[in-house]
Design a protein around this ligand. Structure first.
Ligand code: BGC
Length: 342
């Protein structure tokens, strides 16, 4: 299985795809555009093979929309308040693209770039991207690397980066899952478990209000399996303002560990997520509004998929109490996730 053409961008540049894995295991189709998961076919609990991720109908549509379907996002996943932060005593101003804030790397994030396919085999592909000094306002030349691998019933993504000047980095995958397949309806009846006792309450623009808060007593409590539709449709002020779940969870433990389980009883399909990250953004596709055509036919509507994005806590560059997002020359940024199907 090699690299093949997947279409062209409006400026004529061609987009390429690479396919990893083989049935009955996961079969993963990746685009160099955004190092994007374009399809992920698995054997569902009912024995049928289904694609379980949402994807755009064409590369042009991918650039047209800001829903980050399947993409590897960066240089800074999630939000930086007002696109400003102080790094080593100097104020850095980065591009804003979401209600006055910088989201997923700014207006021209990594999701819109043609990554280089540096290496590929039947089970592994490595994409690389060089983000120049000053890209979207971020200091330092960043060399990012996204390595996808299929192994048994696991799909693994290892993200690494190095820089030639101090900068901030937070990379993740923005894959949206629907375990019954795109076009099957919403994820309301999927059940989610998240290994987190606290989450990050946010203001109306998605910026943390302050300290982490307990999930106990809120519809955002996924410590035991809970139906997503119940949370999405609740009147809780945090949920209502975000039009669903769009919240960052403070994951228990550290190191590569199991942090979430998503299941659909309808097809008997289970996805377990492992990561080494401290936070998990759970986003129930609240802003999908029917404007983007799906690769599976039809259109993406609110709640058609759920993104489970392992990452740092939102706005960490402005919140020392949340840890550090700083990467310095000589250091290697590393973030890993595993999607395990059962
Ligand atoms: C964010 C949402 C945003 C979405 C864009 C998610 O990661 O949490 O607030 O609307 O990305 O697709």
């Amino acid at each position: 299985m090699g690299v093949s053409e997947a279409g062209a961008l409006p400026d004529g540049r061609s987009v390429r795809q690479v396919v990893l894995g083989a049935a009955p295991g996961p079969v993963l189709t990746l685009l160099d555009l955004g190092a994007t998961v374009q399809s992920l076919e698995v054997t569902c609990g009912d024995g049928l093979r289904r694609n379980v991720v949402l994807a755009h109908a064409s590369p042009a549509e991918h650039l047209e929309h800001t829903d980050y379907l399947g993409s590897t996002v960066g240089r800074y996943a999630n939000r930086i308040a007002a696109g400003r932060f102080v790094l080593d005593g100097v104020e850095v101003v980065v591009g804003t693209n979401d209600r006055g804030n910088s989201l997923h790397g700014g207006p021209d994030g990594f999701d819109r770039r043609l990554w280089e396919i540096a290496k590929h085999s039947g089970t592994e592909a490595r994409f690389t991207l060089v983000s120049p000094d000053g890209d979207q306002g971020f200091p330092g030349t960043l060399r990012a690397d996204a390595r996808f691998a299929v192994d048994g019933s696991d799909v693994r993504l290892d993200l690494t980066a190095t820089t030639d000047a101090p900068t901030v980095v937070n990379l993740t995958s923005h894959a949206y899952f629907n375990l019954d397949g795109p076009g099957s309806g919403t994820i309301d009846d999927h059940e989610l478990t998240v290994e987190a006792d606290r989450y990050t309450p946010v203001d109306g623009t998605g910026i943390p209000l302050g300290a982490h808060a307990p999930v106990a007593g809120t519809p955002l409590d996924f410590r035991t399996p809970a139906r997503l539709g119940t949370a999405i449709r609740s009147g809780h002020e945090q949920v209502a303002q975000a039009r669903g779940v769009d919240h960052n969870y403070v994951l228990r433990g550290s190191g590569l560990r199991s942090v979430a389980v998503l299941t659909s009883r309808r097809t008997g399909t289970k996805l377990e997520l492992l990561t080494d990250r401290p936070g998990l953004q759970v986003y129930t596709g609240n802003f999908l509004d029917g404007s983007s055509p799906s690769a599976a036919g039809g259109r993406h509507r609110q709640g058609d998929g759920i993104a489970l994005e392992p990452q740092l806590f939102p706005d960490t560059p402005n919140r020392p109490e949340f840890g550090s997002a700083v990467l310095r020359p000589g250091e290697t940024y590393r973030a890993s996730l595993v999607w395990r199907f059962g």
